[in-house]
Design a protein around this ligand. Structure first.
Ligand code: GDP
Ligand code: IMO
Ligand code: MG
Length: 429
């Protein structure tokens, strides 16, 4: 049965965690396929709030097997910290499976991420400082440490020695930091090995067998389309493939087995970190939207930049990911706005264009062309069908749907698990 991909359509924090959790009881496996603890997913169940970073959002659904796929980069201290914190709250992580091929975030890479950003000054990316970029760089450079290396001390020592040969030069000679000892890094990584070993599996094989057995597999992205290393606003992106293609390489499930692609999109836009953001609202207007939507980072606590809904971006996400269904989140946050502007096209060098421009330079110059919709004042948090929505909210949803290249199947009207309007079943049943 189906393999379903779930991605973010904008710059992250669209509410992917809630959407995954909503599906959790209907899926057998939830696979995180990219990123690491740069992600932050907030899930609210019966008023209780959970913040997940490295653990797949399916961990909170009883019958679901959470899987950390080969495309993820793992900070082991964070992983076990998160598991312990969940278990202290009476939730079990016993079913968690971790790919033997996933890369490990070594301590030198967390340090390098932070010092590189500091060194970059005004050219910084605004990373989460979790070591994501340097760890993916090591993967591509073929000097990464993988989960399987933790079970062979000789290999681990060789790999850490090789990596540190270069890293220590950079740390000490460029950034004036203390060099790290091979023995200390090896000891730290080995300290997690015993606890990790029972969770480790050939996850690609496991997922193929699950699909052969008729199970439902949800592949859950961290980050989002505009943060994808290939398709986002390079260089202001993360270092992994956060779009639907990444679900295949990051899990070992081939494109021919993917049945549906769900993109989560916020009813407005937010961004954390540096980089172009055409519809950004500054000063009071931006603060107003930030406060209404409680837009502060789950991972770093940073205030998120806020702006209006951007149709060219949603349509771009629909194309790049092959979206079959959108989940439109946080519609409730727009309640009380006298009017709701939507960016329907860009003006670049005086020329109107409806799609993403070819180059970053053009995107950075894009001036939004707005169409403005009348707002609504009624509380919509109790709405469970389209008919429950006030006419202006319904018109807004329909107008957006007509422009973004795929149907809107679910609408979020609050953070809670049940605070959603389901228009079409996301699993296509
Ligand atoms: P993710 O990274 O895509 O999983 O999103 P985050 O969890 O970082 O940010 C989304 C925030 O919006 C979280 O605090 C969610 O609890 C909240 N949220 C999700 N959907 C809705 C919604 O429909 N309405 C409201 N008000 N909040 C929502
Ligand atoms: P979720 O999964 C929003 C941003 C950072 C920075 C850029 C690169 O919660 O949607 P990195 O640490 O990945 O090298 O930082 O990417 N970023 C996110 N922004 N949500 C996220 O994850 C993010 N993960 C990374 O702010 O601009
Ligand atoms: Mg988030």
């Amino acid at each position: 049965m189906p393999a379903i991909v779930l991605v973010g359509a904008q710059w992250g924090d669209e509410g992917k965690g809630k959407a995954t959790d909503l599906l959790g009881s209907s899926v057998d496996y939830v696979v995180k396929f990219n990123g690491g603890n740069n992600a932050g997913h907030t899930i609210v169940i019966d008023g209780e709030k959970f913040a997940l970073h490295l653990l797949p959002s399916g961990i909170l659904s009883e019958n679901c097997v959470p899987v950390i796929g080969n495309g993820v980069v793992i900070d082991l201290e964070v992983l076990f910290g998160e598991i312990d914190a969940l278990e202290a709250r009476g939730r079990s992580a016993a079913k968690l499976v971790v790919s033997a091929d996933a890369h490990v975030i070594a301590p030198y890479n967390t340090t390098l991420d932070k010092v590189t950003e500091r060194f970059a000054g005004s050219r910084k990316i605004g990373t989460t400082g979790r070591g994501i970029g340097p760890t993916y760089a090591d993967k591509m450079n073929r000097i990464g440490i993988r989960v399987q290396d933790l079970f062979d001390e000789v290999t681990l020592r060789e790999k850490v020695t090789a990596a540190l040969g270069l890293k220590n030069q950079i740390l000490s000679k460029i950034y004036n930091r203390r060099a790290l000892e091979v023995a200390a890094v090896v000891t730290e990584l080995l300290s997690y090995a015993e606890r990790l070993r029972p969770m480790v599996a050939n996850t690609a094989l496991l997922l193929h067998q699950a699909l052969d057995d008729g199970k439902t597999v949800l592949l859950e992205a961290g980050q989002a389309t505009m943060l994808d290393v290939d398709h986002g606003n390079y260089p202001y992106v993360t270092s992994s493939s956060a779009t639907a293609g990444g679900a295949c390489t990051g899990s070992g499930i081939p494109p021919t087995r993917i049945d549906r692609v769900i993109a989560v999109v916020k009813a407005y836009a937010t961004r954390v970190g540096e980089g172009p953001f055409p519809t950004e609202l500054l000063h009071d207007k931006g603060d107003e939207l930030r406060n209404a939507g409680a837009e502060f980072g789950t991972t770093t606590g940073r205030p998120r930049r806020t702006g209006w809904f951007d149709v060219p971006i949603a349509r771009y996400a629909a194309r790049i990911n092959g979206v079959t269904d959108f989940v439109l989140t946080k519609l409730d946050v727009l309640t009380g706005m006298p009017e709701v502007p939507v960016c329907v096209a860009y003006e670049i060098d005086g020329v109107r264009q409806a799609d993403m421009p070819m180059t970053q330079l053009e995107f950075a110059k894009a001036i939004p062309v707005y169409e403005t919709f009348p707002g609504w004042d009624e509380d919509i948090s109790k709405a469970r069908t389209m008919e429950d929505l006030p006419a202006n909210a319904r018109d807004y949803v329909h107008a957006v749907e007509a422009m973004i290249g795929a149907r809107i199947s679910v609408i979020g009207v609050g953070p809670g698990r049940d605070e959603s309007i389901v228009v079409h079943d996301l699993l296509g049943r």
